[in-house]
Design a protein around this ligand. Structure first.
Ligand code: NAP
Length: 263
């Protein structure tokens, strides 16, 4: 823990739900220059415990978040939500502008295609479902439990659906089995899963990062096609790493400290 006696603390709101947010939360909690709070949407039933004070649930759009920032005297906002959490990122940028709070988005780089990959790139989930084609296939579906709707319309396929929490039964495609699992995953276990279920195609969001990249490597090694849902447009100019986000926070603290001391 750093010395805090002469340095006032910068109030940080961290929008989470990612490995980057967890890593940043740890650093913020261990550094006395910051008074941090973590915000989660409440989508995951048993989120990983955080060392930061945690609030759960939406803010009520950009206006609600701007109100929260003002009411809590937030001095810096870090949007470390998932690359596909486009609504939250847009709200964060708008709310920060309204409330006059410095805001930074941190967004891990997308995966890129390598030699041996057989990617079918699509823009969104309906296009991913359509890309599976008319002929029946066995599909490993790893797009999250909230994005299954377009696949229900492609009932000729057999689906192995994997997500952290179980989907509602009515959200599952007709011919689907569910596997509950939370990354990180190893390549060998992903290969075993694909062989065991005789997977013919993998569907994934281009989430990036290391925790779930093993399925991409496993598909490459097994020569399987991957339907890759590309990311929504990023809001603003995000940084890619936790280190960059940390440097930004330290700079915001240095910038704000004289003002807070009345200098
Ligand atoms: P989204 O579509 O961009 O956001 C929908 C609404 O959920 C937002 O407008 C906001 O409600 C609320 N929300 C989202 N993130 C929040 C947060 N960190 N704190 C408080 N409220 C939040 O988001 P999503 O794609 O559903 O993702 C929800 C959460 O799951 C995010 O924290 C994200 O990091 C995490 N996650 C998402 C994915 C994915 O594939 N989308 C994957 C892994 C983790 P209000 O408008 O009421 O404020």
């Amino acid at each position: 823990m750093r010395e805090t006696a002469t340095v006032s603390r910068l109030k940080v709101l961290l929008l989470g739900g990612t490995a980057e947010a967890s890593a940043l939360a740890q650093r913020i909690a261990e550094d006395g220059r910051f008074d941090g709070a973590l915000s989660l949407a409440g989508v995951t039933r048993s989120p990983k415990a955080s060392p930061l004070r945690t609030r759960i649930g939406g803010f009520g759009g950009a206006d609600g978040l701007a109100r929260y920032l003002r009411e809590h005297g937030t001095g810096a906002l870090v949007d470390a939500t998932h690359p596909f959490a486009a609504a939250m990122s847009a709200n964060a940028a708008a709310a920060a502008a309204t409330a006059g709070v410095p805001c930074l988005a941190v967004c891990r780089p997308a995966w890129t295609e390598q030699a041996g990959d057989r990617w079918v790139r699509v823009a969104d989930m309906p296009a991913a479902a359509a890309a599976l084609g008319a002929a029946a296939r066995t599909v490993l579906l790893t797009v999250g439990r909230k994005d299954l709707a377009p696949f229900r319309g492609m009932a000729q396929h057999r689906y192995i659906v994997r997500s952290v929490d179980p989907p509602l039964p009515e959200d599952l495609p007709r011919n689907a089995s569910f596997i509950a699992a939370r990354g990180p995953f190893a390549v060998e276990e992903e290969e075993r899963l694909m062989r065991t279920h005789r997977i013919e195609t993998v569907v994934t969001k281009n989430s990036g990062g290391s925790a779930t990249a093993a399925k991409i490597t496993a598909a490459r090694q097994l020569g399987l096609p991957v339907v890759m849902v590309e990311r929504p447009q990023a809001t603003g100019a995000p940084v890619s790493t936790v280190d960059e986000a940390w440097d930004w926070l330290v700079a915001r603290h240095a910038e704000a400290a004289p003002a807070r001391r009345g200098v």
